[in-house]
Design a protein around this ligand. Sequence first.
Ligand code: SF4
Length: 701
Amino acid sequence: MPVETKTTCPYCGVGCGVIATVANTGTVTVKGDPEHPANLGRLCSKGSALAETIDLDGRLLYPEIGGKRADWDTALDLVAAKFSQTIAEHGPDSVAFYVSGQLLTEDYYLANKLMKGFIGSANIDTNSRLCMASSVAGHRRAFGSDTVPGTYEDLELADLVILTGSNLAWCHPVLYQRLAAAKTARPDMKIVVIDPRRTMTCDIADLHLAIRPDGDVALFLGLLAHLAKSPALNPDYVTAHTQGFGAAVSAAAMLSMPALTERTGLTPEELQRFFHLFETTEKTVTCYSQGVNQSSSGTDKVNAIINCHLATGRIGRPGMGPFSLTGQPNAMGGREVGGLANMLAAHMAIENPEDRDRVQRFWASPTIATKPGQKAVDMFKAVADGRIKALWIMATNPVVSMPDADAVRAAIEACPFVVVSDILRETDTTLHAHVLLPSLGWGEKDGTVTNSERRVSRQRSFLASPGEAKADWWQVAEIARRMGFDGFAYTTPVQIFAEHAALSAFENDGSRDFDIGAYADMDATAYGELKPFQWPQPTGRVRQETRFFADGGFYHADNKARFIAVEAPVETDRRDARYPLTLNTGRIRDHWHTMTRTGKSARLSAHIAEPFAEFHPRDAMDIGLRPADLVKLESPHGTVITRVLVSERQARGDVFVPMHWNDQFAATARIDTLVSPLTDPVSGQPAAKNVAIAARRFEAE
Ligand code: SF4
């Protein structure tokens, strides 16, 4: 009999439920889970092709040391010994873990526990730093906690949905399908897309604002100044539930209309139309994603958006609120377990001595990190200059995905000891590892992930473990044990999940929003049957889904939210005579990250077969580029050669290049080699969407 397993898609942050069926022949088919609240049976092209990406071609099946097969004991002993020796000689901050939003929550929790509670450093950061760190920082400033108030249903209930820095159609396709269906059912619903490019998402938009790169802070400051003088202002809400309104409005009011048009690149008519729509529509949701987060002013952008919702009291009620959309399948799970270098487990703060003490007592750990560790970009700089001497990379490919990717590759090459846990033997990153540890892939591993709307779902195994591959949590536990640490005697992921839930509830007086204590007594049977649920689910309460901020209470000590008096960056144009174009990187519909999985599917690769650089027709003409020419792109950091695409979708002066291709698929196409390591000063998130480059036609030499 065919066997059906309910699991969760491993790609984007929508977190769709999937039913995988293994036939008697071993053939796997997938379909959307009609009972999963995120997708209600839908799947996008990537999710539908999951069965095509699970073959064993290129899999890393055995541990390797120096490129040669090794047994697990030898590899684990070596890793534990090298990390212990490095720590003994150079201190805990001389080692680091670089992890991933692809990890399951159980993997993430354990890696975080080992580094922060036992090694005693906070040098664990994640590729989610590249994804949503600015939203985390913005939430903490405004709400006093990293709390996402939105739900997917809010998009369907809203009368106005604003999508800023979000190509929802390609990056969160099932959520786009839900929104498009809602608009079809209620044609009066309005959709505004704010994006320098005319993306596929604009197909359902009533208004597309082709904003200048990084013009978002100015746009939402202009909106706040407008709202402050309009009937949409909710003075009762502002007085009762917020602090800092006056200073925020004063900062916003400094921008004149000419300054606004100059900084946003929008006409006064476009601005007034947008302001009017927001002003007159009570049920408004503002979704934002990488176009907001991946910016040197990313955190300010997030707060400029939240300010407008606080001013109108449009938060904490159905069909309204700011809503950060996470990129990765478990970016949210990583936030819950403190997987960022500046966070502690269960949404506790690393800078708070009481939180540190609480976590240390719960873990019964010998130490606890006392200060934030290196954030992703700084972590690889610390590897490059020798401060970090042993690095463990799990489930990610930084040689392709990090900004200034050639410098990151050089840093990893020069690092005295590099361990990579991965499912593939040859990625651009595994090539530089001293030790390779084979991990389980989707369909083989077992655990939980959390999607953008805080919904925890199971990823379940339905395939045998290939070769000697092992779960990432098992690898962490084994290394910890061999480093001499107690507290890692796990044999199943449910033990880790239950501990994680118990920590979330440990001495929680209600001041911490991530509490799933109701699941702390989880056993294997309950874990096996676990249905998707949204946090929080505190101990002792009848299980129910909670709308955050419904009562106007926030997580700052006085229970009030904070307006943040942000100022629009004076100059966001990084171009000059030598580098006269602006590079904007992003995703395409049918590939995921560095293509290590989606690149295996002929169907997915057929959508867009090769990397490209998209130019406005006038720019192409000025540079002497014709469609399908090869073009050489250059920045101070690197060079890329790729195919020319000419389209009216592209704004003049801007060039869009997808982020996915790597040297395994197309030599010289790692677009992040061009991206500068510039980061947002608050969140540390790299600015991947506003990079000055030059372009010229490439002739083979
Ligand atoms: Fe997977 Fe995202 Fe597509 Fe859903 S929308 S099937 S989670 S890639």
